[in-house]
Design a binder for this molecule. Structure first.
Ligand code: MN
Length: 216
């Protein structure tokens, strides 16, 4: 049986990974999910670390959180059609567990663990690269600018204004400081190795400010 482009030597591992707790008493994929969760976090961290030597710890953590969140995994699993292989009980069939993003995300993690136990870390790494890391949309990860813009437009009928207030350091290690203004007032500032990143951080700070001071 071939799932996620991997052929299992020990098919019982895959069967266990696809066994939802509603299907049978006492046996299910939860322990494999536990292991898969840790593997996924490790491999994603390692890959991001190698792919983006210029990112700091904050960016790496955020990118990892985005990539391993339930919604991301569940959607990948759904696209792959993992749901049709899942074994669920009567209630599961009735309540659409095969389409449930959270259940699919867990099954995806369990399958990764099963692949690891069957074939080691290499196939797991290859699958994670191919399915999760291929095209990371940085703007989707760092979407504070868009979120702030939505809030400010609806509440103040204007758009936030960003201004670079300082640039420091040699060209290969430049640091930018950006402030964001609403109605001419500075409501947040952020630093980063690019203007884009600095402004995303400033937007994040501005959202906290708005929450505290304006209740939005
Ligand atoms: Mn999980």
């Amino acid at each position: 049986m071939n799932v996620l482009g991997y052929t299992f030597k020990d098919k019982s591992l895959l069967q266990k990974a696809l066994l939802h707790s509603s299907a049978r008493q006492g046996e299910n994929n939860e322990v494999l999910e536990f292991l898969g969760d840790a593997l996924l976090g490790f491999v994603v961290a390692e890959e991001l670390f190698k792919m983006h030597p210029d990112w700091d710890e904050g960016m790496l953590s955020r990118a990892r959180a985005y990539l391993v969140k339930e919604e991301s995994l569940g959607n990948v699993a759904k696209k792959l059609g993992l749901g049709k292989y899942l074994r669920v009980g009567k209630e599961g069939e009735r309540d659409g567990y095969r389409e449930n993003i959270s259940i699919l995300a867990d099954a995806f993690e369990a399958v990764l663990a099963a692949i690891y136990l069957d074939g080691g870390i290499r196939p797991v790494r290859a699958i994670i690269r191919r399915l999760l890391l291929k095209d990371i949309d940085e703007d989707e990860i760092y979407d504070d600018r868009s979120r702030l813009q939505e809030i400010v437009q609806s509440k103040f009928k204007e758009v936030p204004k960003y201004r670079v207030v300082s640039e420091k350091g040699p060209p290969h290690r430049r640091m930018f400081k950006v402030v964001v203004e609403i109605s001419g007032k500075v409501v947040g500032e952020g630093e980063g190795r690019s203007k884009k990143l600095a402004s995303q951080r400033a937007a994040g700070v501005a959202m906290k400010w708005l929450k505290e001071h304006e209740g939005v």
